[in-house]
Each structure stands twice: as C-alpha cells, then as structure tokens.
Design a binder for this molecule. Structure first.
Ligand code: ZN
Length: 154
C-alpha cells in the first residue's frame, strides 16, 4: 500500500503540495466558496476574480489537507487563469473523466497542455477515496461559480 501511494505522489504533486501556487485570499474576489472532504479531512477555500466578459482574472485558494488536495488546488488555480467559464466547465469535465474512468478519455486537443499537466493526478482513479481529494478544488470552484458558499464531497 505504501509503495502504491508513493507512486501516486509523483514529484509534481509533492512540489505543488509543498509550494502551493496562488495560496492565500487575494484582495479582489468576485466568487468564493469553501469545500470540505470529510473522508480525508481536506478543507479548502477557492477564490476567483472574474471580469465582465466572464474570463478568470485571478484564481487562488487556501486551506489544509492532504498533498493531493493541495496539489490539485494549486494546479487548478494555474490552469483556469485566463480561461472563460465555458472552458473551465469543459476542463473540469475532462479532468473528472480522467480521474474516474478506466476506459481512457478522448482528450480534447485544444487543451492538450492543460490536460497533460492534470494527468499527474489521474493515478487516483485506482483509489476511489482519493478521487475526492483530487476533485475537491474543482467542485469548490464550481460551487463558487454557482453562487454557493459551501460544498462537500459527501
Ligand atoms: Zn485528501
């Protein structure tokens, strides 16, 4: 089990887990929500600043949790920067497939770079409990966009 986990915690995950990008609440926030994953104890807040044309001007997060939840949130804030809400929805859908489907996902070429980066987290599909860690940040971002203050993976 430990060896499996070590394999799961690839270098990128460790790096983002240890040095999270865009950590902390920014001054300008248009949307925010708190997410909780009771199975693992992960708690994060996601902050977004979205301009009038629906483009992400800034994305940030803070909170505490396992390396996977932190790394996923950190990666997410980098990836959604400059994207439209439509593009974010599309990316989340593809990322979710990546984390849950064994059949392999038909990945969209137009987001090759982004999906390639997210791929490091797709190892969680072998550990259903970890899927919630990997997708918590995205669910929390969705809640923020929907105007919900809080969300839980339960
Ligand atoms: Zn976790």
């Amino acid at each position: 089990m430990l060896d499996d986990l070590r394999e799961l915690y690839q270098e990128v995950i460790l790096d983002h887990g240890k040095n999270p990008r865009n950590y902390g609440q920014p001054e300008e926030v248009s949307h925010q929500a708190d997410g909780h994953n009771p199975l693992c104890g992960d708690r994060i807040s996601v902050y977004l600043d979205i301009d009038e044309s629906g483009v992400v001007r800034n994305a940030a997060f803070d909170g505490r949790g396992c390396a996977i939840s932190q790394a996923s949130a950190s990666l997410m804030t980098e990836i959604v920067y400059g994207k439209t809400l439509e593009q974010i929805e599309h990316l989340f859908h593809q990322f979710h497939e990546m984390c849950t489907s064994d059949k392999g996902v038909a990945l969209d070429d137009s987001f090759a770079d982004e999906l390639d980066r997210l791929q490091v987290l797709s190892g969680v599909r072998q550990y259903p409990v970890r899927v919630k860690c990997a997708t918590l940040a995205w669910h929390t971002m969705n809640a923020a966009l929907a105007g919900d203050q809080e969300t839980t993976t339960e």
